[in-house]
Each structure stands twice: as C-alpha cells, then as structure tokens.
Ligand binder design. Structure first.
Ligand code: HEM
Length: 237
C-alpha cells in the first residue's frame, strides 16, 4: 500500500513553507543578519520543542505506525543541549524558559501524543525534513555571520549520523509512503504539519522585536520588504 503521504505533505504545506521563509526573522537570517543572543533564544525554544517531540515519539516507538517514522539518528535533543551550553554556560537549564509560542507548541505536541499519536508525524516531518534541507543552509549562514568555529553553536544542524542528506530524505519519504493510513487520517496529518509550520512561524516572529532592537527598524524594513517565492515551489524532485 502506498499512502502517498510524502507528496501529500509536500504539496499540502507548500504555501505554509513559502510563508515561513517570508517571516522577517528568517529573511534577515538568510541575508546573514542575525545576532548571537537572538540565535541562542531561537535554539533555546527549539530545545523545548524537540525534547518534547522526541520524548513523545520514543514513548510510542512500539506503535507499528509510529515505528515507521522513528529514526533515532534524527534526534536533536543532545545536540541542542551542547548548543545551550555554548550560549548560556554550564547552568543553562536554570537560564532558559520557553517563549509563549514555544509553550503552546509543546502543549500541542503533548495533547496529540495523548489523543492521536499518529499526528506527531506532522511535526516530525515539518521539523526534520526542514532541518535536513533549508536548515543546512541556515547552519552555513549562522556559522559565517556569527563567526563560529565548525559546528560549535550550530550543533543542532549537525546530523553526524546522516552524511548523505539526499539519500536519507528519499528513505524518509519512502517510509512515510509505507505508513498505512486512510485519506481522512492523511488529511489530518497534513493539517497538523500546517499547524507545525504556524507554531514555527510564531516562534520566529516573537524574535523580531529583539532583532529590530539590535539592527534598527529601518534596516529591518529594507531587508524584509516584498514576498519571495518559496524554495519548495521552485525545486523539482
Ligand atoms: C527560511 C529559510 C528556509 C529555506 C531557505 C528553506 C529551504 C528549503 C529547500 C531548498 C527545500 C527543498 C530541499 C529538498 O527537498 O531537498 C526545503 C524543504 C523543506 N523545508 Fe524548508 N526552508 C526554509 C525554512 C523552513 C522552515 C521554517 C520549515 C519548517 C519549520 C521548513 C520545512 C521544510 C520541509 C518540511 C521541507 C520538505 C519538503 C518536501 O516534502 O519535500 N523549511 N526547504
């Protein structure tokens, strides 16, 4: 059985992807305008999101549907912990708190994990496929803009166990297609992926205030004007 989940997810989230790339914080980031404090906060929120998501997926790993998209080599929690130590020091656990959007995101992951765990796929897809794609570009930009050494401070983007991203993404898409879900469930997973995009956008938007303070409103406006076509609309696979 081929559920066509991979293509349903890509097509069904294309607009959301374009919108995510057009958030001011992301547009500035792509142009190399990002400051260390903002980036540390950005990763700090992701620490809360990934530790929750990965804990919940692991909890359901013996569920035959969840096991199909459980790839421990994707796990980001340990890498984010390294980054947290870099930005906040040894006592980082006492220093970071999730932003309001991150709290809502975490609450949603817990809710679906308790009620309809297959929907966790919407979040796993949105985050991990993104990290293996645009995330790799963002790593290079962060490394050069923040003058970081290797993966120090960008360990989040370092998939040590996945040297060949393209081959892995193909394998992941095949795994998605092999999950036997009916059309109604597939639609719910796509809807959940869209809400995952929305949470991610809100977390990026929350950081704009800090970025504007550090670079000034005029520069922010000039860097973020216009609406660009999205990367997943341009590429063919
Ligand atoms: C802001 C800068 C971003 C850039 C430049 C970017 C770029 C890209 C590119 C080029 C691809 C296609 C690569 C491929 O399939 O091999 C892609 C795919 C993807 N991106 Fe992004 N992205 C960005 C932000 C995001 C964000 C914020 C998310 C979600 C949190 C995201 C989620 C995804 C997903 C899920 C895919 C896989 C699409 C598919 O099913 O093929 N991206 N991205």
């Amino acid at each position: 059985m081929n559920s066509n989940l991979a293509i349903k997810l890509r097509n069904g989230t294309q607009k959301a992807h374009t919108a995510a790339e057009n958030v001011g914080f992301m547009k500035c980031f792509l142009k190399g305008v990002v400051d260390k404090a903002c980036f540390g906060r950005f990763l700090g929120n992701l620490y809360f999101v990934y530790s929750t998501l990965e804990g919940e997926i692991q909890r359901h790993q013996n569920n035959p549907l969840i096991s199909k998209f459980y790839f421990p080599e994707l796990n980001r929690q340990a890498n984010l912990e390294q980054d947290m130590e870099y930005y906040y020091g040894k006592d980082w656990r006492q220093k970071i708190t999730p932003s309001p959007a991150a709290q809502k995101f975490v609450a949603r992951i817990r809710e679906i994990s308790a009620t309809e765990p297959i929907l966790l796929l919407g979040h796993a897809y949105t985050r991990y496929m993104g990290d293996l794609s645009g995330g790799q570009m963002l790593q290079k930009i962060a490394q050069s803009s923040l003058k970081l050494d290797g993966y120090t401070g960008t360990s989040f983007y370092n998939f040590e166990q996945i040297p060949d991203k393209k081959t892995f993404k193909d394998k992941y898409r095949q795994a998605l297609d092999s999950i036997p879900v009916d059309d109604a469930t597939a639609d719910k997973i796509v809807a959940e992926a869209n809400s995952s995009f929305a949470f991610n956008m809100q977390m990026a938007q929350e950081l704009e205030g800090n970025l504007i303070q550090s670079i000034g409103q005029a520069l922010f406006n000039s860097l973020t004007q216009g609406y660009n076509p999205g990367s997943t609309e341009l590429v063919s696979h």
